[in-house]
Design a protein around this ligand. Structure first.
Ligand code: IPM
Ligand code: MG
Length: 367
């Protein structure tokens, strides 16, 4: 089959890490008889520089007519002082919304080889952890009414958290379905002791739960969830939560996997079109130095193969190739930790090693 992949390299380390993910996709394609056609499009700071806006119409059109979108990262200090709607991040929120990608899957799993890079004590980590954060992505405070106004005490600013029953139902269903393929346990994270939007969230999630009698549901307040992630991460299977809570908790979860440079994500809607990006940002401080960790983007490419192209076997092979590369002792500086016997490598050397391991795995399959 021939697949169209829109590529948004973006800013900062974006182009460096995306190049490595494309290397991996090419190996997967070649060895499984599929052809990937890449269309590079602009979004974020580079789009602002070239066209004056963070999300050109052409980018939206090309993404809409592709099978999947691969994204690096956007943003950087150069564009920090622009008004909100013209910042690079507005491009990211705009594309998620324009493509109807309301479900953001962020798996956080401790690779055994990275146990040394995990900041938690072995007694806390126990047998390791493997959680999936399902973050609502096109609603909540990110998209609610915001503005400035004059109040009694002078100038004020406000942002609004709004969730409809429909929005909560559809994200809850994604979480329950995902858990059916895992340990069948969903933790719904909210702040129902304070927020009305969270009280509706909780009500609706419980209603949806009755469609999935085989799945266990628990509620957890977000402050407690933040604590449990570092106290007992192994207790979680699928966590479902709002846009902002999911943003924060997924960064926290990424840190205990060893590095924010390890966490991939898939943003999905009702069809198969999805957008795949590492959860980390554009890291302008290390851009251009060839030291960024490409693994989160490579693992995002694996999710692309699995969810948008239906190439589950190839996706598994990419994930195994990453694990093998780590087992072999290769580390980018962010995951080097204090472990003995590891070899610190740069971005492209890491990508090459994963590509080699993937090639041998897929060739062995052919043989
Ligand atoms: C993420 C990022 C974005 C978000 C930013 C860059 C707008 O932090 O994908 O987690 O908050 O969604
Ligand atoms: Mg974030």
């Amino acid at each position: 089959m021939k697949y169209k992949i829109a590529v948004i390299a973006g800013d900062g380390i974006g182009p460096e890490i995306v190049a490595e993910a494309i290397k991996i996709l090419n190996v997967a394609g070649e060895l499984s008889g599929h052809e990937f056609e890449y269309k590079h499009v602009l979004m974020g700071g580079c789009a602002i520089d070239a066209t004056g806006v963070p999300l050109p119409e052409e980018t939206v059109e090309i993404c809409k007519t592709s099978d999947a979108v691969l994204l690096g990262a956007v943003g950087g200090p150069k564009w920090d002082n622009l008004p909100g709607h013209l910042r690079p991040e507005a491009g990211l929120l705009g594309i998620r919304s324009a493509l109807g990608l309301y479900a953001n899957l962020r798996p956080a799993k401790l690779e055994p080889a990275l146990a040394d890079a995990c900041p938690l004590k072995p007694s806390v980590v126990g047998e390791g952890f493997d959680m999936l954060i399902v973050r609502e992505l096109t609603g909540g405070i990110y998209f609610g009414l915001r503005g400035r106004r004059m109040g009694d005490g002078g100038e004020e600013a406000y942002d609004t958290e709004v969730y409809s029953v429909k929005e909560i139902e559809r994200i809850a269903r994604v979480a329950f379905k995902a858990s059916q393929l895992r340990k069948k346990k969903v933790t719904s994270v909210d702040k129902a002791n304070v927020l009305e939007s969270s009280r509706l969230w909780r009500e609706v999630v419980h209603r949806v739960a009755s469609e999935f009698p085989d799945v266990e549901l628990e509620d957890m307040l977000v402050d407690n969830a933040a604590m449990q992630i570092v106290k007992n991460p192994g207790r979680f299977d699928v966590m479902v939560t709002s846009n902002m809570f999911g943003d924060i908790l997924s960064d926290e979860a990424s840190m205990i996997t060893g590095s924010i440079g390890m966490l991939p994500s898939a943003s999905l809607g009702d069809g198969t079109l999805g957008l795949y990006e590492p959860i980390h940002g554009s890291a302008p401080d290390i851009a251009g130095r060839g030291i960024a960790n490409p693994l989160a983007t490579i693992l995002s490419a694996a999710m692309l193969l699995r969810y948008s192209l239906g190439l589950g076997e190839e996706a598994d092979a990419v994930e195994r190739a990453v694990a093998k590369t780590l087992d072999d002792g290769l580390r980018t500086p962010d995951i080097a930790g204090g472990a003995e016997g590891v070899r610190v490598v740069g971005t492209s050397e890491m990508g090459d090693a994963v590509a080699r391991n993937l090639k041998s795995a897929l060739c062995a399959r052919e043989g």
